[in-house]
Design a binder for this molecule. Structure first.
Ligand SMILES: [Zn+2]
Length: 358
């Protein structure tokens, strides 16, 4: 048994369409790549293709590369030719986005890919896949897009999005985190997910469930149900200060659905402090020691399984700060000091083991 540690990075600007791609995507991702490379680590960049497409259009229409399209393309080309991976992430609300006062005003009617009409899902997927192919194929002619992460992790209802992915040959999803639940602008319930760590062939009608005949694999983001106190880290603390001005403000927020009853304030407080919450292995939000402890717990829970097991972590380039860099160093040092148990991987490293595409 060994674990393949996957650093999966959501590569995008702020959710409200604000922020500089150079500062939030390109610059931190170069630092992260350099840091991982010192340890032989590999990065999987889930590039949000719809916003990259808007950045490119803006550049071509105005002649001004205000959104760093060329630097983004250069970075993605570097990654794919240096042992890292670039795969597909989509926020469909950027499909109709317009630039207003330097910020991308999105179409909140198209917030959740899984809930779009089937023909619209296919159109968005084709457009998004096209832009990454155009960037990467000139330097990597056999570039294969095979993995997907849904915007806001929303893969329910599963049927239409699963069918569209399978038809494009994208046979691996990595959006689910066991225990995760949303019931607002995105809606999903991953409490019944098959596993917090082991991949499964996912039922086209319900991503949580195993269907041995399905061509679509789910590689879940490693997650544990923890009390609120497990979430405390300096990285998160810094992040609150960094991003408080970029949260979805009222004007920018997608509309919430009316008629969803909300629990009382006291009940919500009690649930926050005494309930369990889905704690993702987030290498930008958790400290090095927290990640090391999670890796050890994963080993004691799943270590009896044979083969190479994925330990999928998630991060966001926009939250990768200097403090984060220092504490992540401890995790990387730990993992490389136990090379027989842990190695660094991209998703395709597991496929051979599982013969997923046989
Ligand atoms: Zn995203």
């Amino acid at each position: 048994m060994a674990f393949g540690i996957v650093f999966s990075l959501d590569y995008e600007i702020h959710g409200n369409g604000a922020g500089s791609p150079m500062e939030l995507m390109v610059e931190p991702t170069w630092r992260l790549l350099r840091q991982l490379e010192r340890f032989g680590g590999k990065l999987t960049i889930f590039a949000e293709a719809m916003e990259i497409l808007r950045f490119r259009e803006h550049f071509r229409a105005t002649g001004r590369d205000d959104f760093a399209y060329e630097a983004i393309a250069e970075q993605l080309r570097y990654a794919i030719t240096h042992g890292h991976d670039v795969q597909l992430h989509i926020h469909p609300s950027y499909a109709n986005a317009i630039l207003e006062n330097g910020r991308w005003k999105q179409d909140w009617r198209e917030y959740d890919t899984a809930r779009l009409p089937p023909s619209r899902i296919r159109a968005v997927l084709a457009e998004a896949a096209g832009v990454l192919d155009e960037i990467l194929k000139p330097v990597q002619p056999d570039y294969a897009m095979y993995a997907f992460r849904a915007g806001n992790w929303a893969m329910m209802p599963t049927r239409n999005i699963a069918d569209a992915l399978i038809d494009r040959g994208i046979l691996l999803d990595s959006s689910v985190f066991k225990g995760g639940m949303r019931d607002n602008v995105a809606k999903f319930d991953y409490s019944g997910a098959h596993s917090a760590l082991l991949p499964w062939r996912a039922d086209r009608d319900n991503i949580n469930v195993v269907d041995p005949s399905s061509p679509l694999w789910e590689y879940p983001i490693y997650c544990e149900m923890r009390s609120i106190w497990a979430f405390v880290s300096l990285n998160r603390f810094y992040r609150v200060f960094q991003t408080r001005t970029n949260r979805l403000g009222d004007e920018d927020a997608p509309p919430t659905e009316p008629g969803v009853p909300r629990p009382g304030k006291l009940a919500r407080l009690a649930a926050t402090f005494f309930g369990k919450h889905a704690w993702k292995a987030d290498f930008n939000q958790c400290s090095g020691p927290q990640l090391i402890a999670a890796l050890k717990r994963a080993k004691s829970t799943y270590g009896a399984q044979s083969g190479l097991l994925p330990f999928v972590m998630i991060g966001h380039s926009k939250t990768y700060g200097r403090y984060n860099e220092a504490t992540l160093e401890r995790f990387l040092t730990f993992a490389t000091s136990r090379a027989t148990e842990y190695r660094f991987a991209v998703y395709r490293d597991f496929l051979h083991d599982l013969q997923a595409f046989a």
